[in-house]
Design a protein around this ligand. Structure first.
Ligand code: HEM
Length: 460
């Protein structure tokens, strides 16, 4: 065997170079990076749990094509990681692979001053009163979808929650209506389908090789979405500041120097909101339904709360539903759809008492943090009451990440989950159609396998 060119020799060489470049890092598996990458992609939860059990916290994993990942799960270390100087702890750089999908102005990809300034413009449409406007729309969309749910035969719940979450984004974020709503739904669905095909984030596969090639399909569908977005931005600029959708708010937002956002900035942020906000919320709902179908008593308790919140026979969109909220929060604890958050270190930093060199990726593993038995007794058990009995610090419970990069859509997503769960459970009783649900990776999210099949019957 020619040791100079064999894959094993190359892996060993890479590891040696890596060790010289980064010095001594916390312990971790010595498996070749390609094997670690395969385990990270195929069985992410098991891989990190096994590393933590063997090496403690933090541990280091080495994946082909990225700097070493130093993985933390303890609250003190997570505090250091999310509250560190944003010029040193760079989240945008850690997300760089997403640029071909989101565009160079995407808030997710920016760091430092440019990130702060873009985030300031994006925050108001996701706060307070603005959210209340979206509640009625979320409710109307859910009620229409629930009326169309097949009765007494299995269907994929994840597809239903994806349809609802996409419609919510199209109406509240894009402000699309009528024929344009139909065109956008079609082109955006094709864009998202193509973008989530395996291998799409790999740079050298991103080339136009004809109509059947996923990247080419992505580029074509994306061009149609961009054309519709241009029309919506023109309309928003013409119609003034009276519409409530996020796109219209951005069309009238001003940078600190008084200049408006450019069309390209608005386009990249709107696409970012679809990508960040659609699959995540749909998947979180699928996990909540997975747990509710496993325990009819929980479903019944949630239903009683919903029934008691009706006023004059109608459930208000802004009804307070603490137990339903706790179900959503516990689903995001036990099954965080985003398994971890990363910060690329631009300079040496001390995290959780460990000194790390510049260049490594510091990771807060949300999955591991949420399985800490000191904070969550019987961590494998789905127990929404936890969230009624105590409050968790943002470093103990972090399904939406943390610090200055915490999810911009957190309140939007929690509100949407409440409304969708409440309207579903108000109308339907749901049963599991499969006992064998596994966690599968869908690009950056962790989802239930098989589309989460369930059977619905009208509530008696
Ligand atoms: C259950 C649903 C959701 C989950 C679990 C989730 C989770 C996350 C996580 C973990 C991050 C990274 C935070 C960090 O690095 O510290 C993030 C960022 C982000 N999310 Fe969400 N998200 C959800 C829904 C949404 C929705 C509905 C929207 C908007 C419509 C949204 C928009 C964003 C944006 C714009 C960022 C980037 C923030 C920044 O870099 O400053 N997300 N989300």
């Amino acid at each position: 065997m020619d040791l100079g060119t064999s894959p094993l020799a190359r892996e060993l060489m890479e590891q040696l170079v890596d060790r010289n470049r980064y010095g001594r890092l916390p312990p971790g598996p010595l498996l070749p990076p390609a094997v670690q990458l395969a385990r990270f992609v195929v069985t992410p939860r098991q891989f990190f749990s096994a590393c933590q059990a063997r090496y403690g916290s933090p541990f280091t994993v080495r994946l082909t094509g990225t700097p070493p990942l130093v993985v933390y799960s303890e609250p003190d270390a997570i505090r250091d990681l999310v509250t560190g100087d944003p010029d040193v702890f760079r989240a945008g750089e850690a997300n760089a692979v997403l640029e071909p999908f989101l565009g160079k102005y995407s808030v997710i990809l920016l760091d430092g001053e440019r990130h702060r300034s873009q985030r300031r413009l994006l925050t108001p449409p996701f706060r307070g009163d603005a959210l209340l406007h979206y509640g009625e729309t979320m409710q109307a969309i859910t009620q229409k979808a629930v009326a169309e749910v097949p009765r007494d035969r299995p269907f994929a719940f994840h597809e239903l929650s994806q349809r609802i979450a996409l419609e919510v984004i199209l109406r509240t974020v894009f402000g699309a209506e009528g024929a344009q709503l139909d065109r956008l739904r079609d082109s955006l669905t094709r864009t998202l389908d193509a973008a989530t095909k395996p291998g799409m984030v790999i740079g050298f596969l991103q080339r136009d090789l004809g109509p059947w090639y996923p990247w080419s399909q992505y580029v074509r569908a994306r061009a149609e979405v961009d054309a519709e977005l241009r029309l919506l931005i023109d309309r928003a600029r013409r119609e003034g500041d009276r519409r409530h959708d996020v796109l219209s708010k951005l069309a009238h937002a001003k940078h600190e120097d008084g200049t408006p956002m450019s069309d390209e900035e608005i386009r990249d942020e709107i696409i970012t909101l679809v990508v960040a906000g659609h699959e995540t919320t749909a998947t979180a709902l699928a996990w909540a339904i997975h747990e509710l179908t496993a325990d009819p008593a929980l479903q019944e308790r949630a239903y009683r709360e919903i029934r008691d919140a009706r006023s004059g026979g109608v459930l208000p969109a802004n009804a307070e539903l603490p137990f339903v909220d706790a179900i959503g929060r516990e689903a995001l604890r036990l099954h965080p759809v985003v398994p971890g958050i990363g910060r690329a270190l631009a300079a040496p930093a001390r995290i959780g008492g460990v000194d790390l060199p510049a260049g490594v990726l510091a990771i807060a593993s949300i999955v591991l943090a949420h399985m800490n038995p000191r904070l969550y007794p019987e961590p494998e058990r789905f127990a929404p009451e936890r969230f009624l009995e105590r409050r968790y610090s943002p470093y103990e419970y972090l399904p939406f990440g943390g610090g200055g990069r915490r999810c911009l859509g957190m309140y939007f997503a929690l509100y949407e989950m409440r409304i969708i769960l409440a309207n579903l459970l108000d109308a339907l009783e749901l049963r599991a159609a499969s006992r064998r649900i596994r966690t599968v990776r869908r690009n950056i999210t962790l989802a239930p396998s098989g589309g989460m099949p369930v059977v619905a019957s009208p509530r008696r």
